[in-house]
Design a protein around this ligand. Sequence first.
Ligand code: NOJ
Length: 556
Amino acid sequence: MRITETSDMWWKNAVVYCLDVETFLDSDGDGVGDLAGLAQRIDYLAQLGVTCLWLMPFYPSPQRDDGYDVTDMYGVDRRYGDPGHLVEVIRTAHDRGMRVIADLLVNHTSDKHPWFVSARRSTTSRYRDYYVWRDTEPPDTSDQVVFPDKEDSIWELDERTGEWYLHHFYRHQPDLNVANPAVVEEIIRVIEYWLEVGMDGFRVDAVPFFVSDVETGAGQHATDPHRLLEQVRAFLVRRRGDAVLLGEVNLPYADQVRFFGDGEGNQLHMMFDFAAMQATYLSFARGDARPLRDTLARRPEILPTCQWATFLRNHDELTLDQLSEDERQEVFDSFGADPELQLYGRGLRRRLPPMLDGDPRRIRMAYSLLFSLPGSPTLFYGEEIGMGENLDIPGRMSVRSPMQWSSGRNGGFSSAAPSRLPRPVTGDGYAPEHVNVADQTRDPGSLWSCIRSLIWLRRTCPEIGWGRYEAIDVGAHQVFAHRCDLEQAATIALHNLGPDPVVVTLPPTGDDEEVELVDAFDHAHLAAATEPVDITLDGYGYRWLRLRRAGEAIIP
Ligand code: NOJ
């Protein structure tokens, strides 16, 4: 692979930034974030170094699941502006070299979507088969619901027609029948539409759910998810070869990897690495690199045309469902022992900095680790300034408070009365007086400046996205040490997950005497690659090293 060959697969080295238009910036003072506000902040995101924006759902919606309940897959919710504003966002982002992807809702619609409104009117509606129905009383399915605090069955009785419809999420989100070719056609048309508008791809919501086998009473309702993804991917490749499908597939690796396309690489291009994310928190809780190292050791090999999206937090609860009960309890004990901080028995409704007691050394180490891990790093808005959660906002929404731009009214998010905001701004120690963009962008010692440097460093290390990953044994279990290689380029990173300083010995790298180790941040020469080298790490300290062949120019 040559660097000049990589641009169509830009997502192999993307820095993804997820945001919700609703809570990012309100430009007209009505209290709700909007597309015109986002357009004003594209330069901010470019300055940070983001290369791909992921827009959470902006479609018309009754907002019973923060927009993941869509009534029109072709529209823009009036509260955020009109389709022209969206095109302005996309065009401005493209001008700054940034791609834009959007959430794609394949699994379900809102129950207010015209398809479902029609489907529930009669069993003969032309949209009836757009959804999944059963005409006999369902068995107990309480173990299959995603939101156990609100639902106890994946079936809901529709009084009018006397049948039950399937919904894995809330009862107001009926599952689409993706076994119906007409539904597949609709989905492909939606994709086609947004590609024409200028989107560069999609974050595909809830992939494992639209693929499930369910017993409908009349027999097993089975869809082959993989064939569906192949169809979607084939269409995408035909229409726009550089567009991406980034899937949400929170499954154990063995099941998850099949969604890349069983060795063919013809389904999803990318998937979030939920297993490594969860292991990272276990490693943080224990101050021990082994859970993460062992998890990455069993991470399946993927084709060069596939990629993992790495992350520490997203907009949902911090799910720990892939850990064992004891491991999950360890993470709960360390980062959210109070039941008020936990959700669904499997996750935490917190952002990262409060979980790490606001310790700047530990927070920076966590992000440095994220940017050094093999894959494409993904941030959730506000992570770059260390926003905290607002526990007054119920459930998962606690981490979706308004973006904090300044110490002013509503954190600079909106000039409206606070009562008009979609959600209250975070208070106390993480309030805008203490945590905001304006202060941090002016302070070279801030978390924002640190994350910005990490992003720009990461962007000069394509070997992390494209290369071969290898764990390095430095003889100290609290230190996560690894190397990523691609042809001539190699990066070695060391992260001390423990609070105490440690000296570790980096073994000779196996390269010849022409190669030297250089500090990736200040370019200082450390040693020849043929020698073992002692490296001192502060408590929660980290180092990034690059291997450089004598006479080679240093990447600025
Ligand atoms: C996964 C999304 O991340 C979550 O926020 C949403 O509630 C469900 N899918 C349903 O769309």
